[in-house]
Design a binder for this molecule. Sequence first.
Ligand code: HEC
Length: 712
Amino acid sequence: MFLKIGRLRMPLLLLSFLVFTACKEEDKKTPSKSPYTSWSSYLGDSGRSHYSTLSQITPENLNRLEVAWSYEAADWGQMQMNPIIADSLLYGVTAAMRVVALNAATGKEVWQFGDSVKVWHSTSRGVSYWERGNDQRILCTRGPDLYALDALTGKPIPTFGNNGKVDMRTGMAESAKNNFVISNTPGTIYKDLIVMPLRLSEGPSAPPGDIIAFNVITGAVAWVFHTIPAKGESGSDTWGDTNVRNSDIVGAANNWAGMAVDEDTGILYVPTGSAAPDFYGGVRKGSNLYSNSLLALDAATGTYLWHFQFTHHDIWDRDPPAPPNLLIVEKEGKKIPAVAQVTKQGYVYLFDRKTGTSLFAIEEIPVPPSSLEGEEAWPTQPFPVKPAPFARQSSDLTEDDLSPYAENREELQTFFKKADKRIYAPPGLDPVLLLPGYDGAAEWGGAASDPDEGILYVNSNEMPRNLLMEKAEEAVSGLPMGEGIYKNYCATCHQANKQGIEASGFPSLIDLQLRKEKKEVLEIVTQGKGMMTGFPQIPKEEQEALLRFLFDEEVKHTVTNTSKKSTVEQVPFVHKGYNKWLDSKGLPAISPPWGTLHAIDLNTGEYIWSIPFGETPELKEKGFPTTGTENYGGPVVTSNGLLFIGATKDGYFRVFDKHTGKLLWEYELPAPAFATPAMYEVDGKQYIAIACGGEKLGTKKGNQIIAFALTE
Ligand code: HEC
């Protein structure tokens, strides 16, 4: 017997795993109360709706939408931040992590914070705002520190933590102390608490990715939830080793994408990422609870309420990439408060917010076993029967789906024939064609929703990847120390020959000595840069050897690699890099669409519309149809029928009709906006602001935050 899931056909063997149950009687009608006229929280509100009821800008007057102001930051480059607005001040973060407060009506800078603290190369998706009476605070991070700033002056609040800051590692396991721990997504405010997302290493030796709530007034740790359980805690028997929290190899399962909170019920919704090391799970045999899950916790205490795991024993880097959306759906005439989670796989999961019951059937379907020694891929994975995935899956592809624009078709055909295209094909020594790719289908920009109508709007990528492992011993043994360290920690992204993968955003490190001082490189290695995580855990002696290797000074005959030998022994297979599968011109090797935008009715699980999203200029010029492009950053929808979005590599800011997907307006930005816009009102005038820092995907750099409004 076969079951059709989207465009897939899957053997329906495990019907008994069906977790669908009918919704309960008591969960009737609780429409959301939020007026959705302000934007004082990440993505608009604590339900992460990306939604506004402001209605001055309409489908009819869009032709009068123009730049109202633009702010030029002191530093240039990628800005992923979603601005927030409180009391007519707009708060944002620049490419070099300066926090700025601007007059939201004029764009004039009121204060900035950052020059007084150490320069930090990172990315930031924004800041959080908290107020009680006259006490108004901005919560932001820099490196491992969480700061509380006076919202009106930008000065650290001396009574918070240690003179205005707390080290987020305070609440974590001992192994976090000397490790890479930052946060690049705003914390979630609930009453006087802020719950912090964390960004950790994805390789061996990341610390456990705890969920930590801090008191906004004092900076004290209020509660900690262990996503990797301690011995005896629920879930500790799903890791092979019940003492996994103390492992010096396994870690992470952190929430990095951000969270949502239902302020009425006090339930916090936390999507958790994959366990590290990402691609080899032989050191963490089992389903690995609570990695890759949606966790519902009591926001006041951190107490576990329910969870659902999206990928068991993840060995594909399938972290849920964005905060969930809280919305109301209607089932059999009843209004049900629901929580929706978009995924890198292109599936949307929908749960009853209170009980965690899935509102569409989910089936556990058998997936292929691993061929790597020591690896035990989980035998099944959960697939929602509805909605269909919003991105093509590798198993959908046939040779007809190779790019019609590719000039090296034969070469692509050869790879296509060889690659394993099954869904959840496990990483191995032969290539797996991973579609959707590592960054997803859905990415960190997330989805917008009409919270009371149950419609979800999501932009998506269709970038195939070549997933391949190699034997660690081959990679490292017998190499000089510096090169061994390099292979262990850096080669996945910068490649064994230091060439990098330019198309995937991993720079070449060849001739580094001509461009950089050792001091600067050491800072990058320990603190990270942009999307590169830092490696403060590398001991000094190994750091020095690594720098010698990077600067071509390593003497070839000093063979050994020291402290990491044990890592290599325990992690026998390593990932060969985040390679995109591209044609000879650098375009995706599969046929368009390469980027898409969708409206999905979550009441029925049916699509309202789907369109290719973004243009490839060199193909457009030749008259080819819209291809869609890679896109990062999410949409904003309005109650009066509009959907605003930047995100595309082509650098446009666009408005679509939310009912039909028809393009209504577009504007070429000075640099692409890999960010989600914010909609707000000052003195009766409606604005929509977006950061355009470009740089990602090899695009030009920008430094502006631009606000649009209607001309008089
Ligand atoms: C997960 C992928 C990843 C890993 C692992 C990684 N890097 Fe990077 N690295 C990057 C990315 C992405 C950038 C570009 C960052 C930016 O400029 O925003 C980068 C940038 C750099 C730069 C700056 C290059 C320049 O020309 O500006 C140096 C130096 C560097 N990495 C060294 C290392 C070393 C040494 C290691 C190992 C200890 C390492 N990286 C591990 C992804 C990675």
